[in-house]
Design a protein around this ligand. Sequence first.
Ligand code: EPU
Length: 349
Amino acid sequence: MPTSNGALPVEHGVALRAYNTFGLPAIAHTLVRVTSDADVRRVVDHPELGRAPKLVLGAGSNLILTRDPEAVVVRVEVRGRRLVEERADAVIVEAGAGETWHDVVAWTLDNGWPGLENLALIPGTVGAAPVQNIGAYGLELRERFESLDAVDLVTGRSVTVDAVACRFGYRDSAFKRSGYGGLAGKSVITRLRLKLPRPWRPVLGYLDLERKIAETGNTVPDARTIFDWVCAIRRGKLPDPAQVGNVGSFFKNPVVSAEQCRDIIARDPHIVHYPLADGSYKLAAGWLIDACGWKGKSIGRAGVYDKQALVLVNRGGASGAEVLVLARAIQESVYGRFGIRLEPEPVVV
Ligand code: EPU
């Protein structure tokens, strides 16, 4: 039961199974919900919670809980959506970090502000989107990022953070990194501003979207059509976390040098690879895992999704430890066959 300390509701012994999309069991010794910057400052000023390590939680859609977190869990529930500004070059919108990402994408389209349609149906909250620089179907969050507001968990100060300070990378940002220069657990993102460029231009380069163009004969889809296509593609190959526990892609797509890529192609001519601007190559981790025969397989109650080998799923009642056993077995077989070390994409606690 929540106990009250001033205006800040602090809960103890909270089951986290419903708070992570893989449905993993763990208990938060202390959980506090924040709905505003002022709430975050109350956590910072709190006599016991202020100095304790923090685990910042949104929808838990990129989190693998292998144990009860030692940190105080800060669940971000900041709401609100608004139009900030209509400029000649872009529409700027803002959303609270606790809003559901997909609902915000749909809201922008309903209001006639296209630009986020390729990122439809990505599970999770608005606040989590910049943390791992979400991306899909040829678009990454950083390409639509204007700025974000965060509250420093040491000073309690609200700051506005620009793209440079976020240090976005592929499924990465300063907010995901701990250690030197990293901001994981050091600040709470409370609001995100998105920049939707004008004039709108469709992003259609991704193979699955090119297939939709070929299937439908529609070579000039509008944003709503792209949104519908992306939703249909995702529903076809990714499990709905409301039905089957998962965190989307479990590993990042590895990047290798041109030389390594040539070696692998010589052995496996069918390997799916994409050239990058710097001369290196990105390999499809799903293909590598599939090639090792993992699709549809399980270890204990953790499994590999039968329509996309990059997605690990909860077959019912899995523990975080079981998920890690499966993940390690996959890493070993991919390393054994291709000499490539797959790196997990979600945050592992
Ligand atoms: N493939 C296989 N077998 C599989 C899975 C994939 O052969 O079991 C092949 C596919 O045929 C395709 C290639 O691998 O040629 C790539 O597959 P897909 O288009 O499904 O994309 P992905 O690289 O596996 C990435 C992102 C997804 C994102 C999609 C679409 C990462 C780690 N994953 O997946 O993001 O939705 O592209 O843009 O970058 C996520 O981050 O959680 C996520 C779901």
